[in-house]
Each structure stands twice: as structure tokens, then as C-alpha cells.
Design a protein around this ligand. Sequence first.
Ligand code: AMP
Length: 118
Amino acid sequence: MPYDKNNIFAKILRGEIPCKKIFENDHVLSFHDINPQKKIHALVIPKGEYIDLDDFNKKASDKEIAEFHKAVSLVSGLLGASDKGYRVLSNIGSDGGQEVPHLHFHIFAGEKIGKMVI
Ligand code: AMP
């Protein structure tokens, strides 16, 4: 399946749709989820065109992979979640429940997150 350049996160990256930005560098953008499932619900996305974590791990450069993972800790720190903890989750494909076909990590924080899988 080719990357869909019209997915909502591609539009956010092009500045066609606004977002509540938390952090940005050359490789990564982070913003608040539009429909938060917990008190804090952030998203971290790579700027490159990657459909999901599988696609990213196969095609991204070591620099992109390192920057993406480092951004998770950076963003959780900016959100004040480093001390009490948080959950990182990435849905992959249809069985994984992925809705937006651009790789994203969810960061849930700010309260007890509860069971791993509902
Ligand atoms: P997933 O089901 O893992 O693909 O998650 C997609 C997430 O993107 C959901 O949590 C949505 O609430 C979120 N989302 C969709 N559109 C936007 C948007 N314009 N800004 C921020 N988050 C969004």
C-alpha cells in the first residue's frame, strides 16, 4: 500500500490543518490529540512519509529512528509526565486499529492509564 499524501497528519505537516503543537524539530512533530482519551493525550509523528512503525523501521534512516524515539522522552518531559509515568502506544494496520495512515506514537499521561488492552 503506497503512502497516502492526503492523510490528516500529512496535511498537518504541510500546514494545511492546524494543530496544538508541543514540539518540533527537523525530523519530528508532536501535538495534542484532537480527541483526548486521557487527561494528557499527545501524538508524536515523524516528518517523513511512513505509513506505520513497520514501514518506518524498514525504510527510515538511523538518524530519523533515533530522533523519533528521543522525541518521545522529550515530549513526555515537556508534558510533565516523566516522573509519574505514561504509556506509549502505536496502532499498526487494520487489525491494530490504526485510523490515520502516517506513523504516530500516542502518549497517554496525567492520570492512571489502566489496563493495557480494553
Ligand atoms: P490511530 O487510531 O492510532 O490511527 O489514531 C489516530 C488519532 O489521531 C486519534 O486518536 C485521533 O483522535 C487523532 N486525530 C485525528 N485527527 C486529528 C487532528 N486533526 N489533530 C489531532 N489529532 C487528530
